[in-house]
Design a protein around this ligand. Structure first.
Ligand code: PLP
Length: 455
């Protein structure tokens, strides 16, 4: 790099999240300078279709004027206010009301945080508080799933079921367990139906709860469609059976809709898509279309009533952040939700998702693709060395990362995940022609990879 180029300065000063730091010194950053609709532009002016909506978040794309205006106006009117100790402000009140009006029926209150990680961290705290107030202090273990992603604070990284979130960090903390997640492609027995596979997974959860002792297990958390773990839509009947197990053992259900929420699966929440009745619901990302940091830990009235009693005894519900319900983030989130409703974003997703899934499934025929899977406007392909034997490449070859790199060269930004899975999750506003453009670039990238590998 030129000594004072942005690339050189990035390498010199910037400690990157989720990056192989050693490789970064060689490779340097892809510097994105501006956005327009579903596109972003790098510092050389090259245009990319943002096929992952940033990090699964920019539902409204990269140039929504109304969001910029909402932020500017709120910043001029009241740039900061808090909601500790009975204080409040209009932006947070309006947002809370709107969010509860959209949320599944079981949910009645929202606690705001700045990130999905903090929201799930707060859910862990709420679960503990709830059981302590109810006089069941031993009921505090939380079961998450292998391969899940729930965030990266100490508690939420403990929920996360991915090795890289634990290695060298002394995680997970005690009391965080991981059960098998559905991955029919590798996990189902030959000839096993989706329903039987789902029953087997539900039985594994039941067995784990019984082995640990139901009196010690407080909650179960799941993404309706697992995102960062490889885009795994649930097999038929999975959540129905899981929820029955949770009910049987009096275990709370936390639905993590951080990726799925706000239209991604063709309904406002994936809870609708898959018939979930959660006690707690986590939202983030598309809540503000990613324009400002804001997230929510949402709870049922039954939980709220217990928190209320506990706070009276303790003197306060002793958790919250300086920026909980930040007025500028709240104003932008409210405007985001208004736009989703006014433009019928769910209707738009339904109109384009058929073609999105059709093109995705067609990639399943590609010689490198073992499985294509998805729902709504989210999907992924898993690359394999041996299609018949469903055998992945040696992880050290980083085939998925190479695929994403080649797609990037072809003008489409995608995300490589574990098991050489490459994910697409474009802005919800994507138009039909752009769906074609996304998959044309995806296909060219995979074809080039096949050429390199001599397949
Ligand atoms: N939950 C899910 C399902 C996520 O995908 C993510 C982030 O990707 C999080 C939680 C954590 O959110 P954040 O990165 O805002 O802390």
């Amino acid at each position: 790099f030129q000594p004072n180029s942005p690339h050189a300065r990035d390498v010199r000063y910037h400690l990157h999240p989720y990056t192989n730091l050693k490789a970064h010194e060689e490779q340097g950053p892809l510097i994105i300078e501006r956005g327009e609709g579903v596109y972003v532009f790098d510092d050389s002016g090259k245009r990319y279709l943002e096929g992952l909506a940033g990090l699964w978040c920019t539902g409204l794309g990269f140039s929504e004027e109304r969001l910029a205006k909402a932020a500017y106006e709120q910043m001029r009117k009241l740039p900061y206010a808090h909601s500790f100790a009975h204080r409040s402000h209009p932006a947070v009140i309006d947002l809370a009301e709107k969010l509860i009006s959209l949320a599944p029926d079981s949910i009645s209150k929202v606690f705001f945080t700045n990130s999905g990680s903090e929201a799930n961290d707060t859910q862990v705290k709420i679960v503990r508080y709830y059981n302590n107030v109810r006089g069941r202090p031993e009921k505090k273990k939380i079961i998450a799933r292998k391969g899940s992603y729930h965030g990266i604070t100490l508690a939420s990284a403990s929920l996360t079921g991915l090795a890289y979130a634990h290695k060298f960090f002394d995680l997970p903390l005690d009391g965080f367990l991981h059960t098998e997640a559905p991955h029919p492609y590798h996990g189902a027995e030959p000839g096993e139906s989706e329903e039987d596979y789902a029953s087997r997974l539900a039985q594994m959860l039941d067995d784990m709860i019984v082995a640990e002792g139901p009196d010690t297990v407080a909650a179960f958390i799941a993404e309706p469609v697992m995102g960062a773990g490889g885009v795994m839509p649930p097999p038929a009947t999975y959540f129905e059976k899981i929820q029955a197990v949770l009910k049987k053992h009096d275990v709370l259900f936390i639905a993590d809709e951080v990726i799925c929420g706000f239209g991604r699966t063709g309904n406002m929440f994936a809870c609708e898509t898959y018939g979930l009745k959660p006690d707690m619901l986590t939202v983030a990302k598309q809540l503000s279309s990613g324009y400002l940091p804001i997230a929510g830990a949402m709870v049922s009235d039954e939980i709220y009533q217990v928190l209320k009693e506990g706070s009276a005894e303790a003197g306060t519900f002793g958790t919250g952040y300086t920026y909980t319900g930040h007025p500028v983030s709240a104003a932008v989130a409210l405007e985001t939700l208004n736009i989703y409703q006014e433009r019928d974003i769910v209707g738009h997703v339904r109109a384009v998702m058929g073609r999105f899934q059709e093109r995705l499934m067609a990639l399943g025929e590609h010689p490198l693709v073992g499985e294509a899977r998805g729902v709504g406007l989210i999907g992924a392909v898993e690359l394999v060395e041996d299609k018949a034997g469903k055998r992945n490449f040696d992880a050290a070859r980083k085939i998925g990362a190479r695929a994403a790199q080649l797609c990037q060269e072809e003008g489409v930004l995608l995300r490589p995940l574990a098991n050489d899975t490459v994910a697409a999750c474009p802005p919800l506003i994507i138009e039909p022609a752009q769906v074609e453009e996304l998959f044309d670039g995806f296909t060219r990238g995979l074809d080039r990879l096949a050429g390199e590998l001599g397949v």
